[in-house]
Write a protein that binds this ligand. Structure first.
Ligand SMILES: [Zn+2]
Length: 950
């Protein structure tokens, strides 16, 4: 490069920009990428955030030539700043309103694979809500740093009137032909103009300086400035598409992680503009840049599907299994809010005018979203950061549980009074489903319990099994007052429906509490523990079951046990003492052998990536001796428990390059549940991790001939080929472990095997003799935020900090289920099946306070099965109801939704809940639906009747 001194340079005659032919137009966006918490805690980073924002405001006010600044893609930074500097609200607002600072559109910059589709939508909703008083968010799908992107993101962005997407990570070899600008297409056909920040969101960091450190007070070197732009014309210029006027638009991201604005940019850009012969340089914003691209008439190619490769940038897919407890908590709370508390609130609000807790739940969402930034939920930060996440989880969960418990209490008190003790069974999912429910009913002293059966609201007796009865002598011989005759139901979604122990413990707590209000009675009441069949729990509804003194009808196809073999109408399962089982699937006559084997390997990686050790041998649970017990048996359900130990090397000896010879016994306890109506084997695994530097997975081999896997993802089932790309010269070779959400599956013609999970996000599929093996990662125990010596990654992905808590020592509980099936996953709707496993039926004893609700109700009916409801919630801005569905199939579906109560008006709304068009309502309840494949549709419903007292 020729050195051009800034002091000897002469301006060419005439107007420089008018005279030159512009081949390259540089769009320089000054920005900062603000990881809210990462290798420093939130509080530490906020100290820097406040300093940065103070200076930014001063700079922009003082220097009109510093035209624009993009404050990352998230509005939470405004809240974080203004909590400390409330006096600067007006100044900040003026700058944002004037368009000089761009904010949003997200509330936080999330990881897209580790949070639900609804979470992505709520994130954008809250982002808009927080940004609105400042003049609104930028309509740019800006996601600079997240570790890959889910397939449906173009459609989600479109739902917020965002028609573009700017990102850094995730491209594979396709980037060679796509170039830096292309059209990213969602599975439903939604398109956004995508811009690949090819060299990263830091490509123009500290222009004119040799280092990327802050260079406040020092002068830039103008030779470096010129070098920089010339180099970009060669590298970026070669990948960038020309417009119709042959100009290429180059995006220069002037900033990086936690970087302060480069104050001398106006001078640098003016200089560059003067010197560069065929280029024009301009400070701009992402919005303006995208607007220019749109008008430039680029000829763009399409790219369909997820973006999750590591050709140019690390993709860091080991974050899917780092600090698994965070993922489990997040999943439990997302599920509690989305699939339990919100629909139940709408159900009761619509039916009775009761509190729907919408305001509370909005607050819970906002708190939960604070744990969704990529460095937070990914578990790739320092220990302090992840400790700070726990109280946020607690708060959001408490609100969700309170809403659930209060709603159940209210419902139990408003049902018409029955002569008999009765329980109400609540299904918060939007489709009818069967289940086996357990209740503890408190009955008066004179109730005979010789022959009893539960009778549903239509007068039909259902198979009922009495597990246990006991007299309720409270302390000092007092009996319970009738007003307290309630057993708190499982007010949490992380209590599995068949968890007796939790239920008994809760009963004891309740009795102890109620004894404070004793009154005398002659005889003790009785507590009856029952198990009964719910043939079809109404969709987003409830049904009352009353205790009658009559013989229980016999269950036709109940569960049977013979030795270690448990059988129901779907399958026959033979358990072994090592926790594995063989499964014969009746409908397809297929035998699956040796399912559920634990595999433990060394993990020399860090929070970002797994890394195997040379010459390491996997340790397997197969053949380990455990104790097998049938802990519950009835025609309705069978529980099998197996207790054992897994002896694992205590850690990895890095000096000797092998796992430590010293073994530590880690207790393992399995519980398997098979009910009469469940087509899956439900598995609970308690594992006490006393070992370090290892990865624990469960293996599920399937004798199926498959070329691809199916994995749940936000509003999508992602197909992925088993064969991995050759990936020559990639920055990070593709990992065989892949992201999933709620389920993964493999299938051949006419049959398949699915695994449903709670809060587990990583699976691997590999060819094995006679079929395919699925491995689900349970936990990864590592001790470093980042290391530079991994076999799976070339260099550091973050600072080399010790993170002892990422070893995940201590007690863990994992939940998943294994389900063989006939036919195709698409026809079954695996997304809904997974929820049927993941969300229990709730139940509560009716208090008989005397309301007027009848014994059963369904809030909606939706057809066909491919229509998948992901939200029933109150509208954010209006007192109406929002229902969101997507078509979980590759074909167009025509169907309908019938609401359980009169509707006066209905609208199709976008994801931001802005009305698009009014839609027809037939017979005050029915809405016709016509969906292309994978389309997400949101409907707003206005209630057609006034509720007394509402
Ligand atoms: Zn980041």
């Amino acid at each position: 490069m020729i050195y051009t001194s800034p002091y000897t340079h002469k301006v060419r005659k005439g107007s420089p920009t008018a005279a030159k032919k512009v081949r390259f137009k540089f769009h320089v966006v000054s920005h900062t990428h603000w990881d809210r918490e990462w290798y420093a805690s939130f509080q530490q980073y906020r100290l820097r955030l406040v300093r940065l924002t103070d200076r930014l405001i001063d700079l922009l006010e003082r220097t009109p030539e510093f035209r624009f600044f993009v404050f990352d893609g998230q509005t939470i930074v405004l809240e974080d700043y203004l909590e400390i500097r409330p006096e600067n609200r007006e100044r900040l607002r003026n700058l944002i309103q004037a368009g000089r600072i761009e904010i949003g559109p997200w509330y936080v910059l999330p990881d897209e694979f580790l949070v639900s589709g609804e979470s992505l939508i709520r994130n954008l909703i809250v982002g808009q809500r927080v940004g609105a008083p400042f003049g609104g968010v930028m309509k740019v799908g800006y996601s600079p740093d997240s570790f890959g992107h889910v397939a449906q993101l173009p459609q989600i962005l479109r739902g917020f009137q965002i028609d573009n997407f700017i990102f850094t990570r995730g491209m594979g070899d396709e980037q060679d032909h796509l170039g830096t600008e292309f059209l990213w297409v969602a599975p439903d056909g939604s398109r956004v103009l995508a811009v690949n920040q090819f060299k990263s969101y830091c490509n123009g960091n500290q222009i004119g300086f040799e280092t990327t450190q802050e260079n406040a007070g020092e002068s830039p070197r103008f030779d470096l400035v010129v070098d920089f732009f010339k180099q970009e014309t060669q590298t970026l210029g070669a990948l960038t598409k020309p417009g119709t006027d042959d100009t290429r638009h180059l995006l220069i991201n002037n900033g990086c992680d936690h970087q302060e604005p480069q104050a001398d940019m106006p001078r640098i850009l003016a200089y560059a503009n003067n010197v560069l012969q065929d280029s024009q340089v301009e400070q701009t914003t992402y919005s303006r840049y995208v607007h220019t691209l749109r008008r430039a008439g680029l000829s763009l190619s399409d790219w369909l599907g997820e973006i999750h490769s590591g050709k140019r940038h690390f993709i860091l897919s080991g974050v899917l299994s780092s600090r698994v407890n965070l993922k489990q908590k997040n999943d439990a709370i997302e599920t509690l809010l989305t699939y339990v508390a919100e629909p139940l609130g709408v159900l009761l609000g619509q039916l009775t005018g009761a509190e729907n807790y919408a305001g509370f739940l909005q607050q819970a969402w906002k708190t939960l979203l604070k744990n969704h930034p990529h460095d937070s939920i990914c578990g790739c930060s320092i220990d302090q950061v992840h400790r700070d996440m726990l109280p946020r989880f607690e708060e959001a969960q408490q609100i969700g549980r309170l809403a659930l418990a209060s709603s159940l209490d209210f419902l139990a008190s408003r049902l018409r009074r029955e002569r008999h003790a009765s329980a109400v069974v609540v299904n918060t999912l939007a489709f009818a489903r069967p289940g086996v429910v357990r209740s503890v009913l408190l009955v008066p002293p004179d109730t005979s319990l010789k022959e009893i059966s539960l009778v549903d609201a239509e007068g039909k007796a259902v198979p009922t099994h009495v597990i246990k009865t006991r007299a309720l002598y409270a302390q000092r011989g007092y009996a319970l007052p009738e007003a307290f005759l309630r057993v708190s139901s499982q007010a949490s979604s992380d209590v599995r429906p068949l968890d007796y122990a939790a239920k008994r413990a809760q009963l004891d707590v309740d009795i102890a509490n109620h004894n404070l209000n004793v009154h005398t009675a002659q005889k003790p009441w009785k507590a009856v523990e029952l198990e009964y069949l719910v043939e079809q729990a109404p969709a987003a509804g409830f049904r009352v079951y009353a205790l009658h003194q009559q013989a229980s009808p016999r269950l036709k196809e109940g569960v049977t046990v013979r030795g270690n073999v448990v059988e129901n109408k779907f399958m026959r399962v033979k358990f072994a003492a090592d926790g594995t089982f063989d499964l014969f699937h009746k409908a397809t006559k297929k035998e699956y052998r040796r399912l559920n084997v634990l595999e433990d390997t060394a993990d020399l990686g860090d929070e970002y990536d797994y890394s195997p050790a040379l010459k390491d041998k996997s340790l397997w649970s197969r053949g380990q001796r455990g104790k097998l017990k049938i802990t519950h048996r009835s025609p309705l359900a069978v529980e099998v428990e197996i207790a054992g130990t897994l002896r694992l090397p205590v850690n990895f000896d890095r000096k000797r390059k092998r796992r430590n010879a010293r073994l530590v016994p880690c207790p393992v306890q399995w519980k398997f549940v098979i009910t009469a109506v469940s087509p899956w084997v439900e598995v609970e695994l308690k594992f006490e991790n006393l070992a370090q530097d290892h990865r624990l997975r469960v293996h599920v081999p399937a004798p199926l001939s498959v070329q691809q896997t199916l994995a749940g993802q936000a509003f999508y089932t992602a197909p992925r080929p088993l064969k991995m790309p050759a990936a020559k010269d990639w920055m990070q070779a593709p990992s065989p472990t892949m992201p999933m959400q709620n389920f993964c599956a493999v299938e051949e013609a006419r049959r398949g095997l699915a695994i449903f999970v709670n809060g587990l996000y990583e699976y691997e599929a590999s060819k094995i003799t006679g079929g395919v093996g699925l491995a689900i990662t349970l936990l990864r125990a590592v001790g470093w935020l980042s290391r530079g010596d991994l076999a799976t990654r070339r260099k550091h992905a973050g600072p080399f900090y010790a993170t002892p808590e990422a070893q995940c020592l201590g007690a863990h509980t994992f939940h998943y289920a294994i389900m063989p099936y006939a036919g195709a996953a698409e026809k079954l709707n695996l997304a809904n099946m997974a929820q049927a496993y993941r969300v229990p039926l709730f139940e509560e004893q009716c208090t008989g306070a005397g309301g007027n609700l009848s014994g059963q109700f369904a809030l909606l009916h939706c057809e066909p099965a491919a229509l998948t409801v992901t939200a029933i919630k109150r509208c954010e801005q209006r007192n109406t109801t929002i229902v969101r569905l997507f078509n979980a199939s590759t074909e167009r579906v025509r169907g309908h939704l019938v609401w359980g109560l009169p509707i006066s008006h209905a609208w199709r709304v976008n994801l931001a809940e802005e009305r698009l068009e009014e839609i027809s309502v037939y017979s005050k309840a029915r809405i016709e639906l016509d969906f292309p494949a994978w389309r997400i549709v949101t409907i707003e419903l206005e209630s057609g009747r006034k509720i007394a007292g509402a």
